[in-house]
Design a protein around this ligand. Structure first.
Ligand SMILES: [Zn+2]
Length: 940
């Protein structure tokens, strides 16, 4: 802090505002009624007091939620926005930055900005008042969207000792950050006692002087869900009379930022993420509260970003771009990114609604992805398989499908469209006999009552045989032939059975023989390939072999063995070894949704009372071992938090360990039926070498973190951190499906992943690890997470750094399975189908990731790429590109970019995010709705 004798500030800029948590300790519809009252009052005050101004919390959700009830007020709002006295946006919602994908942050800004433009434009300030810390790339996100300022509170490190500082992203782009030393409500109580304004003004300036020096003071008048007092303007005049030094005027936050002095070299500079607890709680425990929300978020985001948008953009006719559906899906995801929603620190009714929104986004995105796949599958014969690759590079992946295979065949191989063959593994054989009953010939109508047109028992009726008094109806997943006179067929069968009306008939419904097969194949960059089943055997490169002991397996790239205590020993081909992997460590948690906090006397359970191991899948494509360990977990924590209960519940933890052909990592899935309350369950991995830091893939960046955080504000500075795509430390990469909490424990000797955290309160007034309550002490029984849970991830031991080991590529492969659907063309359609095996759009460059690919209104495709490394790289996007242009982060077209041989070359700074737009050769793309009508049954 600057000297206590610093010169006093010259003026106070009062920003009337409210902080609007859309849903939290009360559900949305309940808070919204209060919002409508608040906005009604604000509009009246704007009209009755010329000096009044208001800042509507930086999020357009407040406007949308208000106008849904008062649609007639839109123009009135727009008038005040245009006058500059009502500041709205730029966000759609005040999100949590760490618990959502980078792309969700961008869409939030894009959505809010676009909507604000309809009312006269957004506040041009990156307002981030209540986020539980700030991600490293936020300065770059703001700059690339056209913003030069941020306003922040939580997470700000002790190194920032004044109200303004330079905040830099890992790529070097920066914004001026306005720090809110006492939070977004630093002046909320200033006018609480109108008779004592002089003292309040003096006290406020005294508090502000060390932070602001002679700069105008930013006084945030408003806090959670509060409305301004109607007589505010009069109170401000009165304050200026009784305490001249206040020199207070009312304005918006945007006006304060516009008038704020520019940064000087003397101001502090901070580079990267901010998760410090120096002066405010950072509430790091939200990363592990309600893992079901994090799982649902991961599914919805991945499906929208990496399947629905890119596959539709590349494989569906431009005029069939499903903008309205995508907008709706994204809107649900963005609404859920609100900090109290995604964090899981809300009442159970709110969480129920959050999960429904994610489910809707997931339904939209997965259906759009399938429709894109169906659009491609029109040229692939029925009975064959269409496989799409969501990754922008040619890569291997395991596909699985139920395909028709004659019973006479022994081994089956997959033949790819380029003629290569791959060995398969049979996972299951379909039971062909679906129905076997006796029926009097005269009652044949009873049989046909079970049909719906051609459909019977979820199958298509394709033909029949009559053999004596046995009727066999032949059915299949696919209609074959495609056109069939069902009424005629039915008349034939009816006539035959009526002819022996009094005889007893045996009626059998027999499905075409099908086998569920899996194989590892290569698929072209963002393109597709076709596969058909052929008789015979073929090679499975780097196939999985299970040892005779039934507890170890290898695919040459990585080997895994289950030891007697149920932990794993993993050896990578590069010589890296891990032992004791997967110790399940369970302890009490007397904290709350915001912060883990152990009971005064904790009991840690980590030794199983029973262990069993069985081989589950035998290879060569997929090998799997199941380890079942049983633990006597205490049933809860004593009500006073002194200790865990003496009563225990025996809990089985089933860990499935899987190797797949050609994969350099071990897939792990931990499943359990939770019957204990107030506890935390973690999966520990002893590292091959001690780590001082971890590297975690987050929002457009890989961030490096130490073992513990910075504390100061009476919140235990735990080193529990969120990781979005993967985390790497000490020669181990953990590849993730969704946001997961991790910690380096034992002084960096182990990495712990949180599998489950159970708590029963939004905020505990007396949390052992946090002094200051973070919300109301309300019960949230569902956050105990009782019932069945499963969490999946993969472990990749490696030598060298994450970059040398190719961790991003492995994570890309783990998180984004190939998408397979049945062929939709004629069974005798030509083979190989045209276009199969071709790259659609390929992105090249070390550690360069594609985060978005979609179609814009003018028909151009927009891609966003990020250099995850710290060194400058050259990236190339190629695939019959005709024209290219730069773009802002929000999609505003910029200057043309050179195109050579259908490719665009980009020079990226270390950690740079780049958005560009391209036009490609696009011919013969299908419209999926036409195909859907007669489309194939999906059997993949
Ligand atoms: Zn909030």
């Amino acid at each position: 802090m600057t000297s206590p004798h610093a010169p006093a500030p010259t003026s106070i800029h009062l920003v009337p505002h409210t902080h609007w948590d859309r849903e939290w300790y009360r559900p949305f519809q309940s808070f919204r009624m209060q919002l409508v009252d608040l906005v009604d009052r604000v509009l009246e005050m704007l009209e009755s007091e010329a000096e009044f101004a208001f800042t509507l919390d930086g999020q357009l959700a407040t406007i949308d939620d208000y106008l849904e009830i008062r649609p007639e007020q839109a123009e009135r709002i727009a008038r005040h926005v245009r006058s500059g006295r009502l500041a709205i946006g730029p966000w759609q919602i005040l999100m949590d930055e760490f618990l959502v994908s980078g792309e969700t942050l961008v869409r939030n800004l894009e959505m809010g900005w676009q909507r604000a433009d309809e009312f006269g434009g957004p506040m041009r300030v990156g307002y981030l008042p209540d986020m539980f810390g700030h991600v490293a790339q936020m300065p770059q996100i703001l700059r690339a969207a056209g913003l030069a300022d941020a306003v922040v509170w939580r997470g700000i490190p002790a190194a920032v000792d004044r109200h303004a500082f330079r905040w830099e992203a890992p790529d070097g782009s920066w914004v001026r950050a306005e720090y809110l030393p006492n939070g977004y409500g630093n002046a909320a109580g200033l006018f609480a006692v109108p008779d004592r304004l002089e003292a309040a003004g003096a006290r406020f300036l005294e508090w502000a002087a060390p932070w602001f020096g002679t700069d105008p003071v930013l006084a945030m008048y408003g806090t959670d869900h509060t409305a301004p007092v109607p007589e505010l303007a009069a109170l401000v005049s009165r304050l200026n009379e009784v305490h001249e030094a206040s020199n207070m005027r009312i304005g918006t936050l945007a006006q304060y930022i516009e008038g704020a002095p520019p940064l000087t070299d003397a101001d502090p500079c901070w580079r990267g993420e901010m998760r410090s607890g120096a002066r405010a709680n950072v509430l790091m425990g939200v990363a592990s509260a309600r893992i079901d929300i994090k799982q649902a978020a991961g599914r919805a985001e991945t499906l929208l970003e990496r399947y629905a948008e890119p596959l539709t953009a590349l494989h569906v006719a431009p005029d069939a771009w499903p903008e309205a559906f995508l907008r709706l899906g994204w809107r649900k995801v963005v609404e859920n990114s609100a900090h109290d929603s995604i964090c899981g620190c809300s009442v159970d009714t709110v969480v129920d609604q959050v999960l429904v929104r994610f489910a809707e986004a997931e339904q939209i995105a997965s259906t759009l992805a399938r429709r894109a796949a169906i659009a491609v599958s029109g040229s692939v014969p029925r009975g064959a398989l269409t496989v799409l690759n969501p990754s922008p590079s040619t890569r291997p992946g395991v596909v699985e499908a139920e395909l028709p295979v004659p019973d006479a065949w022994g081994d089956v191989a997959f033949e790819l469209s380029d003629g290569t063959r791959r060995g398969t593994q049979e996972l299951a054989r379909k039971e062909p006999l679906l129905f076997d009953q006796e029926l009097r010939g005269g009652d044949v109508d009873d049989l046909f009552r079970r049909f719906h047109g051609r459909e019977i028992f979820d199958h298509a009726w394709n033909g029949y045989r009559i053999d004596g008094r046995t009727l066999t109806l032949e059915v299949d997943n696919d209609p074959h032939p495609a056109w069939l006179d069902v009424d005629d067929l039915r008349a034939e069968v009816t006539a035959a059975m009526r002819a022996a009306a009094d005889d007893t008939w045996t009626v059998r419904i027999v499905a075409r023989p099908r086998r569920r097969l899996t194989a590892a194949i290569d698929a072209p960059a963002l393109g597709w390939t076709a596969i058909r089943a052929v008789e015979g055997s073929a090679d499975v490169p780097d196939g999985v072999r299970l040892a005779d002991d039934g507890r170890s397996m290898t695919n040459r790239l990585v080997s895994v063995r289950v030891d007697d205590d149920g932990t794993l020993a993993i050896d990578a081909a590069d010589g890296t070894s891990l032992t004791g992997v997967g110790r399940i460590v369970e302890g009490g948690d007397f904290g709350d949704s915001y912060n883990y906090g152990p009971p005064a006397s904790d009991v840690i359970v980590e030794r199983p009372s029973a262990v069993s191991v069985s081989a589950d899948l035998a290879g060569p494509v997929r090998g799997r071992l199941a380890v079942v360990r049983s633990y006597p977990w205490p049933s809860g924590v004593e009500a006073d938090g002194s200790a865990r209960t003496a009563e225990t519940v025996e809990t089985e933890v089933r860990t499935e360990v899987e190797l797949r052909a050609g994969e350099p990592f071990v897939r792990v899935s931990v499943a359990l039926e939770n019957r204990s309350r107030d506890h935390r369950v973690r999966f520990h991995v002893p590292l091959s070498r001690r780590a001082d830091t971890s590297s975690a893939e987050g929002q457009f960046a890989v961030v490096e973190r130490g073992l513990v955080g910075e504390g100061g504000y009476r919140e235990e500075p735990l080193g529990t951190y969120p990781a979005h795509g993967w985390v790497d430390a000490g020669g181990l990469a953990v590849l993730l499906e969704h946001l997961t909490e991790y910690e380096l424990t034992e002084a960096g000797a182990e990495l712990a992943l949180t599998v489950l955290r159970s708590t029963g309160l939004i905020s505990r007034n007396d949390n052992p690890y946090r002094q200051d309550p973070a919300g109301p002490e309300l019960a949230i029984p569902n956050a105990q997470m009782l019932g069945p849970w499963r969490i999946s991830f993969a472990l990749m031991p490696h030598a060298g750094t994450w970059a040398e080991a190719g961790v991003p590529a492995a994570a890309e492969r783990y998180r984004h399975p190939l998408l397979a659907v049945g062929g939709g063309g004629a069974p005798d359609a030509s083979w190989p189908p045209a276009g199969a095996g071709d790259d659609a759009l390929a992105l090249e460059g070390p550690h360069v990731a594609l985060t978005a690919l979609r179609r814009r209104e003018d028909g151009w495709l927009e891609a966003r790429v990020v250099n995850l490394g710290t060194d400058p790289v050259t990236a190339t996007l190629r695939g019959e590109i005709l024209e290219a242009r730069a773009s802002s982060l929000r999609g505003e077209p910029g200057d043309p970019l050179p195109v050579e041989d259908g490719a665009v070359t980009l020079a990226l700074r270390g950690a740079e995010i780049r958005t560009l737009q391209v036009r490609r050769v696009e011919s013969a793309l299908a419209r999926p709705e036409v195909l859907d009508a007669s489309g194939p049954r999906q059997n993949a």
